[in-house]
Design a protein around this ligand. Structure first.
Ligand code: PXP
Length: 241
C-alpha cells in the first residue's frame, strides 16, 4: 500500500497571509524526501487551498505522481487537461463545506462522470471516483469504467472508537474492495485517516493507495514546531553579547 500526501493545508496556512510562506513546492519536496509515494492536491472551485499556478508549478517540479482532486467543473477540468497530472480524483464539492463531505453522487451524474472520464482518458490521465463503499453501485461503476475508486473513509474515521461500528465498516470496505477488483477497478482510500485509525485500513487486501492530508499537516505543526522555536532562539541568542 502506498501513501499519497494531500498538501492542501500547506496552502491553507500560506493563504492565511496571502504571501509565499510556507512554500507548497518545498512542502512537496519534503514529503518526497520523507517517503511519500505521491502528492495530492484539490483545486477547489473557490480556490481556497491551492491556486491555478500551484498546480502547474507542482506538475513542473514534482518527480512524484500528482493526483488532482476536482469537482465536476468545466474550468477545473480544463486545468486538469492542461497540467496533465497522473490521476484526477472526481469529488463532490459544496461551497459552504469545511472539507469534502460524503462521496460523489454517482447515480444523478452518470452522464457527466462518463463525459469527464472520457475527456481525461483521452489525455492519458487516470480517473478515480471518490465514493462511499456501496455495493449497489457496482453495475454503474462497471458502466462508467473509472481506473480507480477511492473509498471515502470519513464515516470509518468518525466511528473508529465504536468497536461494533468499526468492525462492520471494515468488513464493508473489504467486500467492496474485492468486488471492485473483480470487475477490474482498482481501489484507493482516504479521508479522516490519522495516526490511530490507519493501521486497520492497511490490513485490507487490495487497497493500493491511501490519501492522507489533515492528520499529517496537523502532526507536522507539532513535530516541527519545537525545532522551529529552537532555531529562532538560536538566532536571537547568537546576537547576545
Ligand atoms: N481523499 C479525498 C478525495 C479528499 O477530498 C480528501 C480531503 O481533501 C482526502 C482524501 C484527505 O482527507 P484528510 O485531509 O482528512 O486526510
Amino acid at each position: 500500500m502506498i501513501l499519497g500526501v494531500n498538501i492542501d493545508h500547506i496552502a491553507t496556512i500560506r493563504n492565511a497571509r496571502g504571501e509565499a510562506d510556507p512554500s507548497l513546492t518545498a512542502g512537496a519536496h519534503i514529503c518526497e524526501l520523507s517517503g511519500a509515494d505521491g502528492i495530492t492536491v484539490h483545486l477547489r472551485e473557490d480556490r481556497r487551498h491551492i491556486k491555478d499556478k500551484d498546480l502547474y508549478l507542482l506538475k513542473d517540479i514534482l518527480r512524484l505522481p500528482l493526483n488532482l482532486e476536482m469537482a465536476l467543473n468545466e474550468d477545473v477540468l480544463e486545468h486538469a487537461i492542461k497540467s496533465l497530472p497522473r490521476m484526477c480524483t472526481l469529488v463532490p464539492e459544496k461551497r459552504e463545506e469545511i472539507t469534502t463531505e460524503g462521496g460523489l453522487e454517482i447515480l444523478s451524474n452518470v452522464e457527466k462522470i462518463k463525459e469527464y472520464t472520457g475527456r481525461l482518458h483521452e489525455k492519458g490521465i487516470l480517473v478515480s471516483l471518490f465514493i462511499e463503499a456501496d455495493n449497489s453501485m457496482l453495475d454503474v461503476l462497471n458502466d462508467i469504467r473509472p481506473d480507480f475508486v477511492e473509498i471515502h473513509t470519513g464515516k470509518y474515521a468518525r466511528n473508529y472508537y465504536n468497536e461494533m461500528e468499526r468492525f462492520y465498516i471494515l468488513k464493508t470496505f473489504e467486500k467492496f474492495t474485492q468486488n471492485c477488483i473483480d470487475i477490474g477497478i482498482r481501489v484507493n482510500a482516504g479521508h479522516g485517516l490519522n495516526y490511530q485509525n490507519t493501521s486497520d485500513i492497511v490490513k485490507i487486501n487490495g487497497i493500493e493507495e491511501l490519501n492522507i492530508g489533515h492528520a499529517i499537516i496537523a502532526r507536522a505543526v507539532f513535530s516541527g514546531l519545537g525545532e522551529a522555536v529552537r532555531e529562532m532562539k538560536n538566532i536571537i541568542n547568537s546576537g547576545r553579547i
